[in-house]
Design a protein around this ligand. Structure first.
Ligand code: GLN
Length: 445
């Protein structure tokens, strides 16, 4: 049924870089056999899911939305893929994304933009726009994306889904193509809290192949879905009501806050004073890490290789000139500059200090509150081509970036509509409090 749905709507939505239909049918038959044998099945056995094309899939193209990796087939599976295959999922395909996960609209894909299923003239958000659009259009029951500064929560918000960024270290990054290693996390897109809980449960946990993955035991996420908010303390950060947020988004979010109150939560304001420096710090730290991570694409080890010369430097230069798109080059330039001698102290070190201050803002807030609530994105889905200024695009993530800098968890859940387009409600939780976020999300359903 999902493959049929893909045949019907994918030509319009363009969510996938690759539809793995043969593999999907094979995995579906395998799931049927296990069911017929009366095996004790994992809840995800036989469930059709889509995977962002930044997650390594053994023998299956993993492009990162880039010409650089257009023909790259990883010789190994990411840890999350190993876990999902053990669970018996049906992988329907790899999903489109902004090149190397840099962007908020999926328009920076080297191949084609993805459309928002709610309005095909609009962007689904990004960088995990393909994963969001696939679920929103009914082409998969759930999907996985990656979130470095908002790339799960912002597209979830624009496509009316539950999109969860786990605590840094909750999910293994082994096999997640690196953008900014101290910020990247893999997480699920789903239609409701229960699905999100199942999808997170399946991938969470320690992995000895990722030194930054946490040994902390994994909670029972589905067990947390009680919907009981009595006595829950929820803070509303004052600094998250910034100029530039659309009035329709503000009123939808305010209505949801009232609902939280009606459901028994205690709501009060809280101050996160360093919020206004979040975007600036992120756009130094993320490009700095990216400039180091992307140095591996030299045309020698793997990926695109310019061969039309016998000169080593020319080969490397042309490989990177033709292999990377404009946004990726902009990030490499920004990051290399911020890390260079003489500027390191002025930019990179300052940004890291700001990061600590933002982390401390959250630590203080979580002494008083179980969760914080805000808009997920300042706008509803915007028209394709509407945002051409890079800085305006960066502001899409003004509400999501601080969570990545602090390493805490966050989720965007459906929060109503403004002029017919979805508005996302962001909930932020302390480290390893994904259960709290899912509990609140479940109360809304
Ligand atoms: N939009 C932000 C950026 O371009 C975040 C992207 C992400 O989370 N991968 O860096």
């Amino acid at each position: 049924a999902h493959l049929e749905r893909i045949r019907a709507v994918e030509p319009k939505v363009k969510a996938f870089t690759l539809v793995t239909d043969e593999l999907a049918l094979e995995q579906a038959r395998e799931a049927d056999k296990r069911f017929a044998r009366g095996e004790n099945l994992h809840p995800l056995t036989g469930i059709p899911l889509a995977i962002k094309d930044v997650i390594a899939t053994k023998g299956i193209a993993t492009t990162c939305g880039s010409r650089m990796l257009e023909n790259f087939k990883p010789p190994f599976d990411a840890t999350v893929m190993e876990k999902l295959h053990d669970a018996g999922i049906v992988m329907v395909g790899k999903t489109n994304m902004d090149e190397f996960a840099m962007g908020s609209s999926t328009e920076h894909s080297a191949f084609f933009p993805t459309k928002n299923p709610w309005d095909l003239d609009r962007a689904p958000g990004g960088s995990s726009g393909g994963s969001a659009a696939a679920v929103a259009a009914g082409m998969a029951m759930g999907s996985y994306g990656s979130d470095t500064g908002g790339s799960i929560r912002q597209p979830a918000s624009l496509c009316n889904l539950v999109g969860l960024k786990p605590t840094y270290g909750r999910v293994s990054r082994f096999g997640l193509v690196a953008f900014a290693s101290s910020l990247d996390q893999i997480g699920p897109f789903a239609r409701n809290a229960r699905d999100a809980a199942l999808l997170l449960q399946a991938i969470a946990g320690h992995d000895e192949r990722d030194a930054t993955s946490s040994p902390q035991s994994v909670q029972d996420y589905t067990g947390a879905l009680t919907g009981d908010l009595k006595g829950m303390r929820i803070g509303v950060p004052e600094e998250y009501w910034v100029e530039g947020t659309q009035p329709g988004v503000v009123s939808a979010v305010k209505a949801n806050i009232e609902r939280l109150r009606e459901l028994g939560a205690e709501i009060s304001p809280v101050s996160l004073p360093h919020t206004k420096y979040g975007v600036a710090a992120y756009y130094i730290i993320a490009p700095a890490e990216a400039s180091a991570n992307l140095s591996r694409y030299d045309g020698v080890k793997y990926g695109f290789s310019y061969r039309d010369t016998s000169e080593m430097w020319e080969a490397m230069e042309k490989t990177r000139e033709y292999g990377f798109g404009p946004e990726v080059k902009r990030r490499i330039m920004l990051g290399t500059y911020a890390l260079s001698a003489g500027y390191y102290d002025a930019y990179y070190k300052q940004a890291e200090k700001v990061r600590t201050l933002i982390t401390q803002d959250f630590s203080r807030a979580f002494e008083q509150f179980d969760a914080l609530v805000s808009p997920a994105s300042p706008t509803v889905a915007f028209k394709l081509g509407e945002i051409s200024d890079p800085y305006q695009m960066y502001l899409q993530d003004v509400f999501t970036i601080p969570a990545n800098l602090a390493g805490i968890c966050g989720v965007s859940i459906p929060g109503g509509f403004s002029e017919g387009l979805p508005v996302g409600l962001q909930l932020l939780g302390n480290v390893f409090k994904e259960d709290t976020l899912l509990k609140i999300a479940s109360a809304f359903e």
